[in-house]
Design a protein around this ligand. Sequence first.
Ligand code: NDP
Length: 480
Amino acid sequence: MLHIRNYINGTFHDPQTHEWIENINPATGEIFALVARSGAGDVDAAVAAATDAFPQWSGLTSKQRSDILLRVSKKIAEHFDELARAETDDNGKPLWLSKAIDIPRAEANLAFFATEILHTETAAHVTDNHVFNYTVRSPLGVVGCISPWNLPLYLFTWKIAPALAAGNCVVAKPSELTPLTSFLFSQLCIDAGLPPGVLNIVHGLGAECGDAIVKHRDIKAISFTGGTVTGRTIAATAAPMFKKLSLELGGKNPTIVFDDVDIHHTARHVARAAYTNQGEICLCGSRIFVAQNIYKEFRTALIEEIRRFVVGDPLDEPTKTGAIVSKAQMDKILSYIDLAIQEGGTVLTGGKRVMLKGRCSNGFFVEPTLIEGLDSKCRVNQEEIFGPVATLMPFSDDEEVIEAANSTSYGLAASVWCRDISRAHKVAHRLESGIVWVNCWLVRDLRTPFGGMKNSGVGREGGVEALRFFTEAKNVCVQF
Ligand code: NDP
C-alpha cells in the first residue's frame, strides 16, 4: 500500500503521530493509499525547517529563484501522464479533464509566477522638490497554504507558486481527500533542486494539521481556499494573531441568459459552466436565470446538452461526468436534491445516484441534475451544493434578475450571456461578484485579480495581487 508521507526539510517523513488515514478512489470505492495523519508536532518540524531555509531562499536573486521554479514547472510537464492519472484516481474526475485542465494549469502556475517576479516594478512618490518616497516589498517569512480537493494540484500550486516566487518559505497542507499529486510533486521539487525546507508539505485532517498551521505563532500569513464555514473558523483564529489572511471561499454563482442569444450555442456553454468537473468548481454557475420569452426553447436545448454529460468510469474517453470526490459529498448532493423536491421543485433531468457496472460498481456517481420551479430565496438556491446540480428560473426584466442574482450571501463569479454589449456591461457592473464573464466561462488570464465578495472571500489572488499578499510593503522616505 502506498504511504503518502510528509515532505519536510527536503525529505520524506512518517507522521509523528504514527497514524494514517485511508485514501479512497471515489470511482471504485477502494482504499488505494494511506495518508499521514499529521499533528502539531509535524507542523512544528515543518515550520522549523522553513524558518532555517528562509534567509538563504529570500537572499537569492529573483533570477535564481525563477530558474529553480521553472525547473519545477518543467518536471510537472515531464511527469504529465503520471500526475493526470493520479489526480483522476484521487478525485474521481475524468482523465481527459485532468489532462486538459488540472495538470497543464499546475505547470502554468509555476511558470507564471517564476517569470512574473522578473518583471515587477515598484512605486515612487515625489512629495516636493526635496523629498521622495519609494516602496520596497519584502517576503513575509514562513507562510501557510491550505487547499481543497476539487482542483487539487491546480489550487495547491496556485498558492505555493507566488509564495515561493516572492521569497517566502512555505508550510502547505492539501486536502486529506486528495493528497496524491502534491505528494508526487514533493519528489519533483527534490529532483528540480528546490533547496530543503523551502517548501514543506504536511498531510492530515483540517481540524488537526490545518488548525496547527493556522495557530502556529511563526507562520505570518495564511492563504486558504475552501468552504465558507472553514474560512470563518480560520479567520477567528488567525485575525487576533494579526496574520495576513487570504480567503477564497464558496460560491452560488448566477448564470444570466438574455433573450437575444443563440440558444443552442449558449445552452452548450451554460451546461459546461454548471456541470464541468461534476459541478465541483467554486466558479460553476448553479443558478441559471433565463429570459421569460425564450425560457421554454432554452430549457429544451439545455436538457439536451446536459444529457451529453455522460456519467461513467473516469478512465473512459466518452465519460464527461466522473465520480463525486467522496461518499459524504455524494450524500450531501443527494440530500439537496431531496430538499429541492420538498421545496416544490421539479427535476427536469437527472436526480439520482448512478450505479455503474464492473470496476466502478462501488463508486460515488450522481446524474447531472436540473431543477425548475424553485423560488430564488429557497435553501437550494441560497446554499452551496458543490455538485452536478443546477436550478433553472425565468425572469422578466433586468432589475428582477439583478436582484435575484445578488440575493445570496455569496459573491464569487457570474456569467452573463447577451448580444447587446451595452446591456451586458451594465448588468456586469451591478452584479455583486468578484468575477463576471460575458459570453464565456472559466476563461482565465493569470494576471487578473481572482476572488470573491461577501461570504465568498477576503482578498484577491492572481498576478500582482498574489505577490502583494505574500510581501510586506515598506515606504522609504528620503529628504535630500
Ligand atoms: P474545506 O473548507 O472543507 O477544506 C479546505 C481545506 O481546509 C482542506 O485542506 C481542509 O482539510 C482544510 N481545513 C478544514 N478545516 C480546517 C481548519 N479548522 N483549519 C485549517 N484547515 C482546515 O473545503 P473543501 O475541501 O470541502 O472544498 C470545497 C469548498 O472549497 C467549496 O466550498 C468551494 O466553493 C471552495 N472553493 C473555493 C474556491 C475559490 O477560489 N473561492 C476554489 C475551490 C473551492 P481536510 O480536507 O483535510 O479536512
